[in-house]
Design a protein around this ligand. Sequence first.
Ligand code: ADP
Ligand code: ADP
Length: 226
Amino acid sequence: MAGVILRDVRKIYPSGFEAIKGIGLEVGDGQFCVLVGPSGCGKSTLLRMVAGLETISGGEIDIGGRIVNQIEPAERDIAMVFQNYALYPHMSVYNNMAYGLRNRGMAKPEIDTRVQEAARILEIGPMLDRKPGQLSGGQRQRVAMGRAIVRQPKVFLFDEPLSNLDAKLRIAMRVEIRKLQRRLNTTSIYVTHDQLEAMTLADILVVMNGGQVEQIGNPLEIYQKP
Ligand code: ADP
Ligand code: ADP
């Protein structure tokens, strides 16, 4: 496990646009942090910087005592779940989950143990031989989660993972994600524009606006203020 600390983090895109204007934030070991705010406020940019997918223009991001820019991509112990799931359409569910582990040269029995365990937790055991195209939206979302879980990362990053699901499924999955995170106790940063989702999931809620933090605290503090 590892906490995540942001120190005066800034992002200026090559266009000159300042998307993140100096954000400081501390997410403790095993905490679930939700970034919420209107479209365009910089949530995705911030998450991508933590993931090492976007360069950092100023400040630094510390994951478990190591500075993100200085960690080799292969050593970044992070798993990200995307809005569009980003599954490989021609691969079975099993292989979608196993792929990243094989690439790291993990031994087959260990891969199998991890995939089977993730499939059991996520209740997709019977679907391991199917292709993503043969699954419902909710099942695909589970596979995307499974692919993150099997890596046993120090940090989970979620970029609006439920926004492609219908309202009913979104609520069910949000409860499941919370349960899963409690069980695995993995430090998580979760981006959403849905306030209800943010309130349900967050230990720490970060309300962003215009590339800055507007409010930060636990959900009750933030939403029960007069
Ligand atoms: P959010 O995830 O909160 O919707 P983003 O992080 O995607 O916001 O975007 C924050 C701001 O940065 C937006 O105004 C967006 O238009 C701008 N932006 C995002 N990507 C780029 C880019 N590659 N070049 C220039 N501006 C960008
Ligand atoms: P491909 O579809 O790319 O030909 P396979 O389906 O043959 O790949 O599987 C590749 C590897 O993953 C094989 O070594 C196989 O043992 C393992 N595998 C695939 N599906 C399962 C499964 N449901 N349970 C256990 N191992 C599986």
